[in-house]
Design a protein around this ligand. Structure first.
Ligand code: PLP
Length: 394
């Protein structure tokens, strides 16, 4: 097999060469689509809200999806994983549920708006936010985090696992050790890591880890996960019905995961995410190797185009399959526009909801064109993108 998973059947119906996997994976595997449809048809009742057969089947489906996600992410007790609407909600929950006025946090300069915007709101309420600068490839250095953490009492260190702009993988294990040695919590935005990387939360020893369901994990949009270390008391963002504990009247049940899952769950999304997790459990090693091989070809080919600057770690360094580039011959928005209109290649230009990251790598003014490969990507896609950009910039 020379191409990424899904390069066959799923792609025969493709309407474009899709290289925007860092935004969301597409096409979704047939197993994911089938699971979503099943959750809306045969299992369409509300899970945990009735004892009739279809409600029980829906509850089982949610249970099994949570178990599959826990197995994939190395979480021993699946109840420590809460289903949420996406990584944005997960980041808001871990930050707003933990931080209080007077706390000081250390955060990397590569963070997405899903982290920087809630932190801004918290800073207005009296949380002090100190930023640690990453290098020009977007990599955060543990020594810099250590210096920042030691400078003042720190409640939490917040860092992404991988960059949605340069693909850099951050040394989360080392940073978590530094946080814990200095009495701070370690909170991680794992949006770009899960799926593309083998994430083992037990080994990483972090306190909270936010996951997007619709990117590398191949689920539908509108679903994600938040892992919380056992015993960590995080205030819930929402109060409401959980299908149980109604005799407690006003108080939100404090058990996991129901404390964080008020309201009718996104059962189709959860079912699709579970199917994606099962695919990664079955094929992870092979699929990741293929993604990496295809991505290396992309990075090397793009780097060789005259006048193009590719940001991120060197092509033989570990990274998730995302890169950003600029050209000295054409504006980024125009490149993305022409790649789409002339060549049918879908990529995103701009700041990718990460102005901090673009400031870090020096592209805040210009933005960049981002390419991401994943499930369904082929080496032919990559070759077509390299040929198209070469022709556009000739
Ligand atoms: N964090 C990073 C690094 C991301 O790339 C994204 C999505 O682009 C998010 C957070 C937000 O994820 P979601 O779309 O699941 O809310």
């Amino acid at each position: 097999m020379t191409d990424a998973p899904g390069a066959g059947a799923a792609n025969s119906a493709r309407s474009c060469i899709y290289l925007d996997h860092s935004a969301t994976s597409w096409p979704k595997p047939p197993e994911v689509v089938d699971a979503v449809v099943n959750a809306m048809t045969a299992c369409g009742a509300n899970p945990g809200r009735g004892a009739y057969s279809m409600a029980l089947a829906a509850a089982r489906l949610v249970f099994e999806s949570r178990r599959a996600c826990a197995d994939l992410l190395g979480v021993p007790d699946a109840r420590d994983l809460a289903f949420v609407s996406g990584c944005t909600e997960a980041c808001n929950l871990m930050l707003k549920g933990l931080l209080v006025p007077g706390d000081r946090v250390v955060v990397s300069s590569m963070e997405h708006n899903a982290v920087s915007r809630p932190l801004h709101v918290l800073s207005l309420g009296g949380v002090r936010v100190d930023i640690v600068q990453a290098d020009a490839t977007g990599t955060v250095h543990a020594g810099d985090v250590e210096r920042a953490v030691r400078a003042h009492a720190t409640r939490a260190v917040i860092c992404q696992h991988a960059s949605n702009v340069t693909g850099a993988i951050q040394p989360i294990g080392d940073i978590a050790d530094i946080a814990h040695e200095n009495g701070a919590l370690m909170l991680v935005d794992g949006a770009q890591a899960a799926g593309h990387m083998n994430v083992d939360l037990a080994a990483l020893d972090v306190d909270a880890y936010a996951v997007s369901g619709h990117k590398g994990l191949l689920g539908p949009q509108g679903v994600g996960l938040l892992y919380l270390r056992p015993g960590l008391d995080v205030a819930e963002l929402l109060q409401g019905g959980t299908g149980g504990g109604s005799s407690e009247e006003e108080s939100q049940p404090q058990g996991r995961p129901e404390r964080y899952e008020a309201g009718t769950p996104n059962t189709p999304g959860i079912a699709g995410l579970g199917a994606g997790a099962r695919l990664w459990l079955a094929h992870g090693e092979e699929w990741r190797a293929q993604e990496q091989r295809i991505f290396r070809g992309l990075k090397e080919g793009m780097s060789a185009i005259p006048g193009v600057t590719v940001f991120g770690p060197a092509s033989d360094e570990p990274c998730v399959p995302t890169l950003s580039l600029v050209s000295d011959r054409m504006d980024c928005d125009r490149i993305a526009f022409l790649l789409d209109r002339r060549y049918g290649i879908a990529v995103r230009s701009g700041l990718h909801c990460a102005p901090w990251a673009h400031r870090t790598i020096g592209t805040l003014e210009t933005g960049a064109v981002r390419f991401g490969v994943g499930y369904g990507s082929t080496s032919d896609d990559v070759a077509a993108a390299i040929a198209a950009l070469t022709e556009l910039l000739a």
